[in-house]
Design a protein. Structure first.
Length: 284
């Protein structure tokens, strides 16, 4: 985990515990003795890429630091039904309190990682890399971003703070591509900030406007056809990174990548996923 992600993860784990436990796990408190101990295993029930083991350890340690964790698989491993990711032993009350929180996180993260790996495989042999977007579950972006990396994808910006991305609305409100880029560059100079600038373009002529304003770190081709993308990549001529976005499907993705674009951003990596089936059950 990147060090800068840890505060987001800790805050999210606290929220997960608060919303699930409230003023107490009254089911476990009512029927499980406080000193009763046991062991559980995380069982994979579906083929895919497992993700979230690192977060599971954080959840367990937060609930009860005395629990013992026996890890068998690493995050990012391809799994099949019957694989055991880890064993955990400790107080039964703590295990039962962790069960649903842990599964909710790991099943979703594994779903994102599995979806990402599926998309990445479709670009095998090409240099184009798959990017995620900000189309994430509110509050869980850090986990979605981590899962994309574990599935073989790359992360776009974390939020509005770590990159300037001039999209169509910014450009229209600023009066065009050139003034938008010029204002963004001046803004960073005035504040002494060093973050990348990416600019969306909607026509081939917009590319000329970007470079007339001094250029940017990356140009995004928005809703281009593959034919337009090939011309756009040639026009940029390696002066900056390139990205394709908008209306690209699994079926058309490789055609865009074959145009030589550096990145393809895919919102479906995080907002059209199916959680991976797994369980946390008692064992010997």
């Amino acid at each position: 985990m990147k060090p800068e992600y840890r505060p987001f993860v800790d805050e999210l784990v606290e929220l997960c515990i608060k919303e699930d436990l409230g003023d107490g796990d009254h089911t476990s408190l009512s029927c499980i003795p406080a000193d009763e101990h046991g062991r559980m295993r995380l069982l994979c029930k579906q083929e895919g890429v497992i993700a979230g083991i690192e977060i599971a350890r954080i959840v367990l340690d937060r609930l009860d630091p005395e629990m013992r964790f026996e890890q068998l698989l690493d995050d990012g491993t391809r799994v099949k039904p019957g694989d055991v990711a880890f064993y955990v032993s400790g107080r039964l009350r703590s295990l039962l309190q962790a069960e649903r929180i842990l599964l909710n996180i790991m099943q979703r993260m594994s779903g994102v990682a599995t979806q990402t790996a599926f998309y990445v495989k479709h670009l095998e042999g090409l240099h184009t890399r798959i990017l995620d977007t900000r189309k994430t579950t509110p509050g869980m972006r850090v986990l979605d971003k981590m899962a994309v990396k574990l599935g073989g994808g790359e992360n776009h910006r974390m939020g509005l703070f770590d990159m300037i991305l001039l999209k169509d609305n910014h450009i229209d409100f600023a009066g065009g591509v050139r003034p938008a880029v010029e204002r963004a560059k001046e803004y960073l100079r005035e504040r002494g900030k060093q973050i990348p600038i990416e600019c969306e373009v909607r026509t081939l002529e917009d590319i000329d406007e970007v470079f007339a304003a001094g250029g940017v770190d990356r140009i995004m081709f928005d809703n281009f056809t593959p034919e337009m993308t090939r011309l756009a990549v040639e026009k940029v001529a390696e002066r900056c990174e390139t990205e394709s976005s908008g209306g690209i499907t699994l079926e058309t993705m490789r055609a865009y990548a074959e145009c030589g674009v550096d990145f393809i951003s895919v919102g479906a990596l995080t907002h059209q996923i199916r959680s991976l089936d797994m369980s946390l059950k008692a064992c010997e």
